[in-house]
Design a binder for this molecule. Structure first.
Ligand SMILES: Cc1cc2nc3c(=O)[nH]c(=O)nc-3n(C[C@H](O)[C@H](O)[C@H](O)COP(=O)(O)OP(=O)(O)OC[C@H]3O[C@@H](n4cnc5c(N)ncnc54)[C@H](O)[C@@H]3O)c2cc1C
Length: 487
């Protein structure tokens, strides 16, 4: 089937070929056949559409919204892998009208212990950004249109077209003002968010799923000092966070485990709840917040966690449609951008005939897994907002004394360092050298160190046993350490 469609595609794109004169084409394609139809025109959809168009493909991009269009909720931090791509694609140039400071360091404070490090670079991009979402979505969609993408706004996809063997070959839906339409393409891409209609229509299975784990309240603050820093805190099952965003504003918020989320009150009552949570972790910052002004109403948001089968015959999912995770690691936008890139590369392989489309989409599915699964597991674990155990705090303290461990930990959070590289046996063995004896160590950590390195006169425990015991003290991330192929 793919070969038949590919031959058709090649003929459609051949110089001098007129689709209007081809009976089989008009039967197969209706009035016009696209190379790709992308459903959903925000971060993931506009990214994949833009890249496919730049590779010379005919792309139809549809969205229910009319742009510029506000999103329901997002705090908009973009880690270096996302910033790097958006800069390369020329999207950041379109945000010129805003002042968006570079954020070069992240800090994690867990009760009395803290760790801060510069962001590892992706090429020369060693900073994060937090642009206004309205402007970012608009910039991406306009870049896509400039690249040749056909954008249809206020257009909703309701059905998929399939050929006789079930392969998806197009979409059917409605456009506001002009009624029902159907369009055909070599591939249909669902970039339509967590409640993806495309995923529902193809029956893409959900797995590794977990209900909503955390809920947050946040808003923008005016007049705060703006260090080039993302600060996150963890104490008493609360997760306060803050970073500079755009035009002099600073985001200030707190996340709770779902079951502890405070019942909604007035904005003034929420001010008090949030300032109290900040005072518990960073009294100086809480004082600054008290002395300055809230620039917006309080916002709230939460999402469940799941992966979906990312591709099948004639279709693929990207962004939140393919993987939705708790916002606690602020990684959805970055993965929507990187996911858009790997999907565009795969679809291009299929469209250009280098490999059959079915194989190209299967390769995308495997790459998507390699890209997201470990960080997805890390995010799910982090989103429980459990206080760190004394053993974990001792390890955080050790990281604060080892610059490269701290940098890798920050890189892990920021999707730069693969979790399997950080949670490797070698990394943790080395980390034990930085434990701080001066301040006393939890007995279990002392024991683990003896097992890893031995005590004078006694040999270390066999490496496998010691590693398993270290992994056991890392909670769910210990599984990652044990499944990490690296020694
Ligand atoms: C509280 C909260 C805070 C967050 N903070 C951050 C953060 O700081 N950093 C970060 O990286 N990520 C954050 N995220 C996650 C991030 O917002 C998402 O991962 C990202 O927006 C996903 O983009 P997307 O393009 O895949 O999907 P979406 O942004 O959901 O876009 C989907 C589009 O599809 C369209 N659509 C849907 N169905 C149809 C249909 N049938 N026909 C036509 N169009 C359709 C919709 O109109 C929409 O425009 C946060 C999320 C939440 C909930």
């Amino acid at each position: 089937m793919f070969d038949r469609r590919f031959r058709l595609f090649v003929r459609l794109r051949s110089p001098g070929f007129d689709p209007g004169n081809c009976l089989s084409c008009s039967q197969a394609t209706g009035a016009f056949m696209y190379d790709a139809i992308v459903v959903g025109a925000r971060i993931s959809g506009a990214s994949v559409a833009l890249l496919l168009a730049r590779l010379g493909h005919r792309v139809l991009l549809v969205d229910r919204a009319r742009f510029p269009s506000p999103t329901s909720s997002s705090t908009n931090l973009i880690h270096p892998p996302g910033v790097h791509r958006l800069r390369e694609w020329g999207v950041l140039d379109r945000l010129d009208g805003h002042s968006i400071p570079r954020i070069t360091r992240y800090r994690l404070q867990s009760g009395p212990v803290g760790m801060e490090a510069p962001l590892p670079a992706v090429d020369d991009v060693d900073y994060a950004l937090s642009p206004p979402r309205l402007a970012l979505d608009e910039a991406l969609v306009r870049c896509a249109v400039d690249a040749g993408v056909e954008l249809r706004e206020e257009t909703s996809v309701q059905e998929l077209l399939r050929d006789e063997d079930g392969t998806v070959v197009g979409v059917r839906g409605t456009t506001k003002g002009s009624g029902r339409f159907s369009e055909r393409a070599s591939v249909v891409i669902g970039a339509d968010g967590k409640n993806s209609k495309v995923a529902q229509l193809v029956g893409a299975a959900k797995y590794r799923d977990q209900p909503v784990l955390s809920k947050s309240l946040w808003t923008y603050w005016d007049g705060l000092p703006q260090p080039s820093l993302v600060r996150t805190y963890r104490k008493n099952r609360r997760h306060p966070f803050t970073w500079p965003t755009h035009d002099g504003l600073t985001i200030v918020g707190v996340a709770w485990p779902t079951e502890d989320f405070p019942s909604p009150g007035s904005d003034e009552a929420t001010d008090r709840t949030v300032v109290a949570a900040l005072a518990d972790v960073d009294p100086e910052f809480a004082e600054q917040v008290r002395d300055t002004g809230r620039a917006d109403r309080w916002l709230t948001g939460s999402v469940p966690n799941f992966l979906r089968t990312p591709a099948g015959p004639g279709w693929a999912l990207v962004g939140d449609a393919s993987a939705t995770r708790d916002p606690i690691t602020a990684s959805g936008i970055t993965y929507a951008v990187t996911g858009g890139e790997i999907l565009a590369e795969a679809v291009h392989e299929g469209l250009s005939g280098r490999i059959p489309m079915a194989r190209a989409l299967a390769a995308y599915a495997r790459r998507r897994d390699r890209l997201v699964i470990d960080h997805y597991d890390y995010t799910r674990d982090y989103a429980r907002i459990a206080d760190h155990t004394p053993e974990e705090r001792a390890l955080i303290e050790a990281m604060s004394r080892s610059p490269w461990h701290a940098r890798d930990m920050i890189g892990l959070f920021a999707t730069v360092v693969p979790p399997a590289d950080f949670y490797s046996r070698a990394n943790f063995r080395a980390l034990f050298d930085y434990l701080d004896d001066e301040n006393g160590l939890p007995p279990k950590i002392r024991l683990l160190r003896w097992l890893l390195h031995g005590v004078p006169g006694r040999p270390a425990a066999p490496a496998g046993l010691a590693d398993r015991l270290v992994a056991a003290s890392l909670g769910p991330m210990g599984d990652l350490m044990l499944r990490s192929a690296r020694p």
